[in-house]
Design a protein around this ligand. Structure first.
Ligand code: AP5
Length: 255
């Protein structure tokens, strides 16, 4: 298991640099995590990051980090409003934020893109960017779970205000209530985990993001994974499914 490194370059953009680069790992993995809000993408990205040495790159985390900026740009302000309502941020805004962080996609540690792409236009923009960078996607993990279970997961979610680690009040509680195990930061409930925002996010997923499964299935990169059970069971399932797709035995060994 490798230790996750700081994601300053991704979270802050601009001139920010990660304090620590991922240590050299046997192989570089470049993956996208797809699935409805609350299915557990962020949780799996954290575990996969440790197992594969790849960096967790979440577009939602970029927006939540920007929330703390003293003077966000007008485009960012509008994006944060959309996010609070549970709506998607416009493609142009998201794509330009990802383009600004292109170096993260070329990082020697590889990447686990979580929450991007979310529309077909974003998937096309990602293809274009990766081609420019001379790197390619290994696979797209599509997590699936019944909606009732998802709603329970979202209702009990708590997130670290500092390092963004994700907990659940009953399924994945921290050692000390309200305090992050990893950095000691304060655990908070996300603004978009309110019932009305959850409904809007689910609709946006059905309308704009679900069609992406067909997009990636057509190019043979889609791996479907049932997201039931404990996070560790889902991780093991994911690694087995990846192993089958890519034919790499090390996935099984690192679980
Ligand atoms: P984003 O941050 O990407 O949120 P999301 O896709 O809605 O996904 P979530 O973070 O809600 O859930 P998750 O699947 O990561 O689940 P988690 O691991 O936390 O996006 C937020 C917003 O930003 C969007 O609505 C949009 O406005 C904007 N945005 C971002 N990217 C964009 C883009 N590309 N284009 C346009 N707009 C964009 O798990 C959930 C809970 O379940 C946790 O409490 C966890 O502890 C628990 N849990 C996880 N696994 C298990 C398990 N196996 N058993 C029990 N509990 C579990």
């Amino acid at each position: 298991m490798t230790v996750p490194h700081v994601r300053a370059a991704w979270l802050q953009g601009g001139d920010a640099r990660c304090e620590e680069l991922p240590p050299p790992h046997g192989r570089t993995y470049r993956l996208v995590l797809l699935g409805p809000p609350g299915v557990g993408k962020g949780t799996q990205a954290e575990l996969l990051g440790r197992a594969l040495g790849a960096c967790h790159l979440s577009t939602g985390d970029i927006f939540r980090a920007a929330h703390c900026q003293a003077e966000p740009s007008p485009a960012l302000k509008a994006a944060l409003e959309a996010m609070r309502r549970g709506e998607l941020v416009p493609d142009a805004v998201v794509v330009s934020l990802v383009r600004e962080r292109a170096a993260c996609l070329r990082c020697r540690g590889g990447f686990l893109l979580d929450g991007f792409p979310r529309t077909v236009a974003q998937a096309e923009a990602l293809d274009e960017l990766l081609a420019e960078l001379g790197v390619s996607l290994d696979a797209v993990l599509n997590y699936q779970l019944p909606v009732e279970v998802i709603v329970t997961r979202l209702g009990g979610r708590r997130t670290c205000a500092g390092c963004k680690a994700v907990y659940h009040v009953t399924a994945r509680p921290p050692h000390v209530e309200g305090v992050c195990d990893q950095c000691g930061g304060r655990l908070i409930q996300r603004e978009d985990d309110q019932p009305e925002s959850i409904r809007v996010r689910m609709r946006a997923y059905e309308e704009y993001t679900r069609p992406l499964t067909g997009y990636y299935e057509r190019i043979g990169k889609l791996v479907s994974v049932q997201a039931s059970g404990t996070p560790e069971e889902i991780l093991a399932r994911t690694l087995r499914a990846l192993s089958t797709l890519l034919g790499h035995k090390e996935y099984l060994n690192s679980a």
